[in-house]
Design a protein. Structure first.
Length: 322
């Protein structure tokens, strides 16, 4: 098994009529890397699986190990995993200090990013706290609060879940569910915004709320307020003999792995990534874009880019005009 997989992409296609976006097609064209696992020895496959993912390698590795442990009958109660938590912090810092400022018309905070990455790796909460309360970050927050975009249609958000609680929602996963996940029959969003326990009524806009939630999770870590349930939380539960499920809270949201064993070999392996939730064909991005003004294509394209950045796909994305 080698890491030479096409990572795929997210495609967003817009149709415009009468000065508005009249139709939105969203598709997540990510390869099903788990399809190469059936028939392989479980221990070896679980060790190699993270090599197939360019992002969230620690989260994928931990999810795979815990799913296998659960399939062998051992439960993992929700807990913070230090390696996964550091990965979440790195992802948040990259997005908040390098990607976010240009979206606000500011320059990327490159030197601050280098320092913050070092502090996160060393567990230096105090220094990161000072940075997050610095004038440059305050300016970004001010610009964020000036955003006038309103979320046009309330979008459902997943509740806070762990592996055991997920069984009440989805007793078993399926290949179809992995491609088009739903919560109680409808699409739902995941991410830091759900861990911050924001509700649809509190959401000012997709862009505003998602970025604010990322900064909030960084601030919680810097002040020592990070708790089980935040980014880096892992859990696993046996479903039946030889079947186990794990959940990991990644930077982008809930990651689920489910493994089915046949002796010491893998009979089936299922993965539901956050991107499949947030870029569902009838999901939150469609809600955000449908009906938007389309008189100025450049302005609309900027709005699409901001919406996609707020949802943060784990693969490249493309915009197409119908």
């Amino acid at each position: 098994m080698t890491p030479n997989f096409d990572t795929g992409r997210v495609r967003v296609q817009l149709t415009c009529a009468d000065g508005r976006v009249s139709a939105v097609q969203v598709s997540s064209e990510r390869p099903d890397v788990a399809m190469v696992l059936p028939g392989r020895m479980a221990d070896q496959a679980v060790q190699q699986l993270p090599l197939l993912f360019a992002l969230c390698g620690q989260a994928q590795a931990r999810a795979a190990v815990l799913a296998l442990v659960a399939a062998r009958g051992e439960e993992c109660v929700p807990q913070l995993d230090p390696n996964v938590q550091r990965e979440v912090l790195r992802e948040h810092l990259w997005r908040c200090l390098l990607d976010f400022p240009p979206l606000m018309g500011e320059t990327a905070l490159q030197q601050e990013f280098v320092s913050a990455m070092k502090w996160a790796a060393e567990g230096n909460r105090a220094e990161l706290h000072v940075l997050l309360n610095s004038p440059r970050i305050a300016t970004l927050h001010q610009r964020l609060h000036q955003i006038k975009e309103q979320h046009p249609i309330p979008s459902r958000l997943l509740p806070r879940l762990d592996a055991r609680r997920s069984l009440a929602e989805w007793p078993r996963l399926s290949a179809k569910f992995c491609r088009l996940p739903d919560w109680r029959g409808k699409p739902a969003g995941t991410g830091t915004i759900t861990r911050q326990q924001q509700t649809e009524e509190k959401i000012k806009s997709l862009f505003f709320s998602r970025w604010l939630a990322r900064f909030g999770e960084l601030q919680d870590w810097a002040t020592g307020d990070d708790q089980v349930g935040t980014g880096g939380t892992v859990s696993a539960v046996p479903i039946a003999p030889g079947i186990g499920r794990s959940l990991v809270e990644t930077a982008r949201g809930i990651l689920m792995h489910e493994i089915v064993l046949d002796g010491e070999r893998i009979a089936d392996y299922l993965i539901v990534a956050p991107t499949e939730w947030n870029f569902h064909p009838q999901g939150i991005l469609v809600d955000q874009l449908l009906g938007q003004k389309a008189m100025d294509r450049d302005v609309l394209q900027q709005h699409v880019a901001r919406a996609v950045a707020a949802l943060d796909p784990c693969v490249p994305w493309e915009l197409e005009w119908a």
